[in-house]
Design a protein around this ligand. Structure first.
Ligand SMILES: Nc1ncnc2c1ncn2[C@@H]1O[C@H](COP(=O)(O)OP(=O)(O)OP(=O)(O)O)[C@@H](O)[C@H]1O
Ligand SMILES: [Mg+2]
Length: 266
């Protein structure tokens, strides 16, 4: 049974794509079959971070009435990538119905993938909410700024009130250490729990990382370098992967990537 994980944030530019790509690689390195869906349609860039050229027909195949397999790009990193590319203007204005059809179509990957990682667009648009609500687990990325907190809260509130999402893992990006991450998490949690009946888990943090930034410029994911596993970033991604997979699953009603009869299994 495949499991889906949405990587989300309220504010843009806080590290969703960097985390989605490296988390996908870590899960693959742990022995899982992983598919990465770049759901940031119109400004998709996961393939750029991965140094991959997409199939020329990827954009058309994602939307067309053809098997989802036709739109998959097998990357050199061992992760399958489902993306329409950065010029996919047709995907930018996806209607709600088309989006839901795409989500349903991905269910066909159930037998050949263990984890579907979904890189969602920033904000709390219908698109973001549809992908978040369709996922078993959600990793919300926050940085230690009031704007990031407020935008993340807006997304959390909409996901909770409109789709019944209760369980969300939170990752604090670009912090000095675990203590600073914990402080930010506690602040964010205090705001959220005052108004929403949600359950937040701190999944970990990433430091401000020059190697991570360089890896984006070099179009080679940090976790693709042998030896990175022992680095601060490598250990951070491993912690995030492990904690995230232990978090309870959401199972709201509505269209989902994969349907699971055994709710809340670990
Ligand atoms: N921990 C970190 N240390 C240093 N730089 C980082 C870190 N996390 C992300 N970045 C940098 O921040 C920039 C934005 O990251 P990324 O593209 O992953 O964010 P995003 O949330 O996907 O953005 P968007 O909302 O535009 O999709 C990139 O240049 C990336 O290298
Ligand atoms: Mg992004």
């Amino acid at each position: 049974m495949a499991q889906s994980i949405a990587i989300a944030s309220g504010k843009g530019g806080v590290g969703k794509t960097s985390v989605a790509v490296n988390l996908a690689l870590v899960l693959h390195q742990l022995g899982s079959r992983v598919t990465l869906l770049d759901a940031d349609f119109g400004t998709a860039n996961a393939h750029i971070l991965m140094g991959e050229n997409l199939r020329p027909t990827a954009e058309k195949s994602i939307l067309a009435n053809e098997p989802v397999k036709n739109a998959l790009t097998k990357t050199i990193h061992g992760v399958a990538l489902l993306s329409g590319g950065s010029t996919a203007l047709n995907l930018l204005d996806l209607k709600n119905q088309e989006r839901l059809q795409l989500i349903r179509k991905i269910e066909a990957l159930d037998q050949e993938t263990d984890y579907l990682i979904v890189d969602t667009p920033a904000g709390a648009s219908d698109a973001t909410l549809a992908f978040v609500a369709a996922s078993d687990r959600i990793l919300l990325i926050v940085v230690g700024e009031p704007t990031s907190f407020m935008d993340a809260y807006t997304l959390l509130k909409a996901a909770h009130l409109e789709h019944g999402i209760r369980s969300v893992s939170v990752m604090i990006n670009m912090v000095r250490d675990a203590a600073e991450a914990r402080r930010h998490f506690d602040q964010f949690q205090a705001i959220a729990l005052r108004f929403l009946d949600v359950e937040l888990t701190l999944a970990g943090h990433l430091p401000m990382s020059l190697p991570l930034r360089r890896s984006v410029v070099a179009r080679r994911p940090l976790m693709s370098n042998p030896g990175t596993a022992q680095s601060i970033e490598g250990q951070a991604f491993m912690t995030i992967a492990q904690k995230l997979l232990k978090a309870p699953k959401n199972a709201p009603n509505g269209i989902r990537f994969f349907f699971d009869n055994e709710k809340n299994e670990v």
